[in-house]
Design a protein around this ligand. Sequence first.
Ligand code: 2DE
Ligand code: MG
Ligand code: MG
Ligand code: MG
Length: 323
Amino acid sequence: MKLTEIYWHLRSDISMIEKELEQNIGAKHPVLKKASTHLLKAGGKRIRPVFVLLAGQFGNYSVKEIKNVAVPLELIHMASLVHDDVIDNAELRRGEKTIKSKWDNRVAMYTGDFMFARAVELAAESKQPEVHDIISDAMVEMCIGEVEQIQDQYNWDQNLRTYLRRIKRKTALLIAVSCELGAVAGDTDSETRRKLSLFGHYVGMAFQITDDILDFVGTEKELGKPAGSDLKQGNVTLPALCAMNKDPELKVKISSTIKENDLGGTEIKSIIEAIKDTGAITCAKQFSDRYLQKARETLQDLPDIHAKTALLQIADYIGKRKF
Ligand code: 2DE
Ligand code: MG
Ligand code: MG
Ligand code: MG
């Protein structure tokens, strides 16, 4: 099954979610509506709603309950991107100007807050009380992850564990929660729910590792966002950690070259090449592959329904994705 087939199978539910997203950001205020719609229309993989829909199929699939979690999760994700682009000073997202660049930082902060408020409002319609706990816990962790990232910036001595903990918070958790809430909405048994959540965690870890790899090897055209910005901003990601571990001299060079408020230039480019020359991309990819393998194993004992094939297919795609 190809990725396009997965979306095809889910098309009626996805288009319902798409409509709901559009309606939910339709605000009384034209600027908030315009800015949110700008991001919504720029596209995106809608991977979190897709995980909710597929996980829900392991139980009794109720479209209403599914909607009450899938839409908020995508809104929270979108809100976090709008804020993330302010923090990362990013000009481009999904091939379009970011809200902070098309409007400004102030509009972006409030647009993020607005989307987030809409998410909470909609999630409140869910009948299952644990939905609120799960969502709010995830958001707290995401904030911690982002603050940790700021604190760990330009810290070239940080270890692998710090990195893994950070990406777990900033990315993997919301994906795990998407799978878990799909299971909750479908009212599956607790073991199925635990397994789906764990699957989401592993896939989410691989997803962020791939994002970090693509920042080294992708192009702006492919990614729809600028490449090479992590290192420039002092964000120490897995390829850099792999490279510094292999070649301690490179670490000395990186720490003396990449400093705060340094916009970088040719030096950054040569460091990126030096990092790649150590085999860092293969090293990082091995981590991602190992997480994806664990993700596949986690689903092993679940019933062989169509949704399982689809989840396995998405895991394969995450290992190969170019955008
Ligand atoms: C993207 O990482 C990380 C996103 C998490 C952002 C979380 C925030 C706190 P990247 P890219 C802002 C929670 C806030 C909420 C829920 C309103 O590597 O490469 O910077 O796509 O992603 O820019
Ligand atoms: Mg960013
Ligand atoms: Mg960021
Ligand atoms: Mg990134």
